[in-house]
Design a protein around this ligand. Structure first.
Ligand SMILES: Nc1ncnc2c1ncn2[C@@H]1O[C@H](COP(=O)(O)OP(=O)(O)OP(=O)(O)O)[C@@H](O)[C@H]1O
Length: 260
């Protein structure tokens, strides 16, 4: 039984169908990629999973239980954590105090109110931002702020991590280290679902990839299968034929002005 199951989700905003009968799963211990061109419905799908958006139709199951109508905080309490495309840390607090607050909130829910320094240090070290501990969160580079978001999520020891474009702002070396960290987190039996535009990262770390286009899941499979899927190449590159796509099949980079 999958950790997460999205079943025939539909989200309509007036006349716009942002998510169109989308079904997919994510497993414990695996990294699942959710990819697709701009406007494909990825963020809306995340909102449906976490409870920010009630689907027009369809359901979400987490650990076999239907959570479609549960509010965000109750899903969080069951073990879902999410980072946002837009950064959410407290800008005027230090990086260290942001992690402290996150730990206090999560532990407070369990009746323990003081985060130990060692726990904070461990989380900062885990995501590789110890050097920034004393800096204000609004003064650190974007990539560091994204890693801070991840540390804040991990403070709750989540079963499912939903990451919205986590590598944006990271340089190549940081992205490689981040990929290794994701694999470690998955090896701890967490499920990870990642919306990500960096196809090299997606191809390197994901166990399964689901491709959204105009709100529909047009392909699901391993990175290798996805890369050679003609429907995916068409959505990303405007090619309908694998042969036509030529060397671009290795890249899967969205074309500027392509499907939006
Ligand atoms: N609150 C809203 N009201 C109306 N339309 C919306 C709303 N939110 C999203 N949409 C529309 O739904 C579609 C899917 O948007 P969504 O942000 O989920 O796509 P996305 O795949 O995350 O895009 P991106 O890669 O650019 O972040 C788009 O056409 C978008 O304009």
């Amino acid at each position: 039984m999958p950790l997460l199951e999205v079943q025939r989700a539909v989200v309509q905003f007036g006349g716009v169908t942002a998510v169109n009968d989308a079904s997919f799963t994510a497993e414990r211990g695996e990294i699942t990629g959710l990819i697709g061109p701009n406007g494909a419905g990825k963020t809306t799908t995340f909102n449906v999973i976490t409870g920010l958006q009630r689907p027009t139709r369809g359901d979400v199951f987490f650990e076999r239980r239907k959570v479609t109508s549960l509010p965000v905080h109750r899903r969080a309490r069951r073990g879902m954590a999410r980072t946002f495309q837009r950064l959410e840390a407290f800008g005027s607090l230090t990086v260290r105090d942001n992690v402290r607050v996150a730990l206090d909130i999560h532990r407070g829910l369990r009746g323990v109110f003081t985060a130990s320094g060692a726990d904070i240090d461990a989380l900062l070290a885990r995501v590789g931002i110890s050097a920034y501990a004393a800096e204000r969160a609004d003064s650190v580079p974007t990539g560091t702020a994204r890693l801070l978001e991840l540390a804040r999520c991990l403070a709750g020891d989540p079963k499912l991590l939903l990451l919205d474009e986590p590598s944006s702002g990271l340089d190549d070396a940081e992205t490689d280290a981040f990929g290794d960290l994701l694999k470690e987190l998955a090896a701890e039996r967490r499920g990870i679902v990642m919306v990500e535009h960096d196809m090299d990262l997606v191809m390197a770390v994901c166990d399964q990839v689901h491709v959204l286009d105009f709100g529909s899941v047009i392909a699901s499979g391993t990175p290798g299968a996805i890369r050679s899927d003609p429907a995916v190449q068409k959505a990303y590159l405007g090619y309908s034929d694998v042969e036509d796509a030529g060397d671009h099949t290795q890249e899967l980079e969205p074309v500027p002005g392509g499907v939006a």
